[in-house]
Design a protein around this ligand. Structure first.
Ligand code: NAD
Ligand code: APR
Length: 244
């Protein structure tokens, strides 16, 4: 066993307060497309400026709702995979594992994770759209709030929007208290999520990345394991919980 593997085993055995930062890649093996994977990523096929901004909704709420309704159906049909379940097993054996996810699909909660912070909202929830919408009155089929009659929108964070109140603070606090931070299945491109592992590195808290591809975090992470979350996470949990 190399020195690096020995060090990783030690860190895994000792970790008591783990924060798992997850992105679309952890749901890829559940059949939920990512955003930036070559060919299959949403942003390789669609322009987020037309589907995932408040302006896009204002201009054409029907088109935005059609896309999110299709994504919602996909998320409802998807099943948590071995990567989601490994984090649940680790949480149950350890007690101190928090998931901080950019994902909106709700699969961590469906898998059984109890401590989940959703940075970008949840596609299974709606909320009233604040502001005027072009031609909303001639779109009677769009969902409206039964009390206010206001046009509903998916309760997810769009480009240019602030993240839900308190989520970033909660995520930063969790990372600062952690003794191990995992970054799983995220391209580490989008702020403020991409800065969370750097908060840990500034405090000499070990950071372990799991990704099929290298990302901007790869060169600075303590370990970057190349491969699928559905394979690597169960192996990590096995190594963390094996009898010493
Ligand atoms: P941001 O400006 O930090 O987004 C930066 C990244 O988003 C870019 O690196 C790029 O990868 C991508 N991006 C933005 N505009 C794009 C475009 N026109 N084409 C391709 N890629 C584009 O994000 P923000 O504007 O500050 O949004 C705030 C938060 O909302 C971000 O954290 C973002 O992840 C999130 N968001 C959520 C959804 C969703 O469907 N849940 C969609 C978009 C953004
Ligand atoms: N296992 C591990 N990693 C994977 C897997 C897998 N099975 N499949 C894909 N990946 C990796 C890809 O290599 C990529 O680095 O997951 C990452 C997915 O990156 P993105 O598609 O950019 O998704 P994410 O990082 O979650 O995007 C961040 O951008 O558009 C916004 O709000 C949206 O939350 C999203 C945010």
């Amino acid at each position: 066993m190399t020195h690096i593997e020995k060090r990783l085993r030690q860190v895994l055995h000792r970790a008591q307060r783990i924060v798992a930062l997850t992105g679309a890649g952890i749901s890829a093996e559940s059949g939920v497309p990512t955003f930036r994977d070559a060919q299959t990523g949403y942003w390789e096929q669609f322009d987020p400026g037309e589907l995932a901004t408040p302006e896009a909704f204002r201009r054409n709420p029907r088109r935005v709702w059609a896309w999110y309704a299709q994504r919602r159906r996909l998320a409802e049909q998807a099943q948590p995979n071995a990567g989601h379940r490994a984090l649940v097993d680790w949480e149950r054996q350890l007690g101190g594992l928090r998931v901080v996810t950019q994902n909106v699909d709700g699969l961590h909660q469906r898998a059984g994770s109890q401590q989940v912070t959703e940075l970008h909202g949840n596609i299974h929830r709606d909320r009233v759209f604040e502001g005027a919408v072009d031609g909303a009155s001639d779109a009677p089929e769009l969902p409206r709030c039964p009390c206010s009659g206001g046009l509903l929108r998916p309760d997810v964070v769009w480009f240019g929007e602030a993240l839900p109140e308190g989520t970033v603070e909660a995520a930063v606090a969790a990372v600062r208290e952690a003794d191990l931070v995992l970054s799983v299945g995220t391209s580490s491109l989008v702020q403020p999520a991409a800065s969370l592992p750097l908060e840990a590195l500034e405090r000499d808290i070990p950071v372990l990345e799991v990704n099929r591809e290298p990302t901007p975090l790869t060169p600075v992470a303590d370990w970057s394991l190349r491969g699928s979350a559905g394979e690597i996470l169960p192996a990590l949990v096995g190594a963390a919980t094996e009898a010493v």
